[in-house]
Design a protein around this ligand. Structure first.
Ligand SMILES: C[S@@+](CC[C@H](N)C(=O)[O-])C[C@H]1O[C@@H](n2cnc3c(N)ncnc32)[C@H](O)[C@@H]1O
Length: 238
């Protein structure tokens, strides 16, 4: 089944609210556990690409009490919710920062952001990019030499029938706007082989791309010690 891109930014207020109110806690928690397992030394500056309302940004800051955590998203509607959550976030709030930037913004290639992060994470954002080159370029620009990178995203089902079965199973009780977005995201998502090709083209060949149950994929690797490079990750098992 061919990919059908969806709008990049989730900038409609009702859309952002429906997303923020949905309960993704199980998959969010699984992502954070996996990040901490893979990036055994994540360092003290973490960036979350396409952070939305901060679903994984906040818990990462809570789990890493020495780290500054920066969330980047282009959607004002999402970041307004993140800012509201930050006001009630407790001690971690002071170590969190949210920036409204498109991943294609030139600011990612300049100080103080460029090369300043010891780890790069992203949950459920890659599929939004019309051109995935922009996503992997952002990863390379922001990560310091040796930075860990852990990305989880949806993956595109093989057929419309399979896709509709996933929507029916996972989103039957969701509000219509969330159902709409979930369906659009599954159509826009990449297959593992497509992500492997993206990584080769980005100079990140050898990073691991693994399918995860019937609707996710996981990517991880470590930038080389020289700025902007990519290398094969250690064979960390699931
Ligand atoms: C499905 S949400 C994921 C939110 C969050 N990462 C989470 O774990 O729930 C995808 C987010 O990526 C953002 N996004 C998509 N394309 C972007 C771009 N080109 N630049 C910055 N943010 C982008 C959207 O605005 C949206 O908030």
């Amino acid at each position: 089944m061919d990919r059908i891109p969806e709008p990049e930014l989730m900038d409609e207020v009702p859309q952002a609210l429906a997303y923020a109110e949905a309960d993704f806690s199980l998959t969010d928690q699984a992502f954070i556990t996996r990040f901490l397992q893979l990036a055994s030394e994540p360092g003290r500056r973490i960036v979350d690409l396409g952070c939305g309302p901060g679903n994984v940004t906040f818990p990462i800051a809570e789990r890493l009490p020495d780290a500054e955590v920066v969330g980047i998203d282009g959607a004002a509607a999402m970041l307004a919710i993140a800012a509201e959550r930050q006001r009630g976030a407790g001690p971690a709030a002071g170590r969190l920062r949210f920036l409204q930037l498109d991943l294609a913004d030139g600011a990612l290639a300049r100080p103080p952001l460029a090369g300043s992060f010891s780890a790069v994470v992203s949950n459920s954002a890659l599929h939004h990019l019309h051109d995935p080159v922009v996503f992997w370029a952002a990863v390379r620009r922001l990560g310091a030499p040796g930075a860990w990178v852990v990305v989880r995203d949806l993956r595109r089902p093989a057929s419309k029938r399979e896709l509709e079965a996933i929507v029916a199973r996972e989103a039957a009780d969701a509000p219509p706007i969330l159902q709409r977005d979930y369906r659009a995201s599954l159509y826009a998502a990449f297959r593992p082989d497509e992500v492997e090709q993206q990584l080769r083209e980005a100079g990140l060949a050898g990073w691991r791309v693994e399918p995860l149950d019937d609707r996710y994929l996981e990517v991880w690797g470590q930038l080389t010690a020289s700025p902007g490079g990519g290398t094969t990750p250690p064979a960390a098992g699931r």
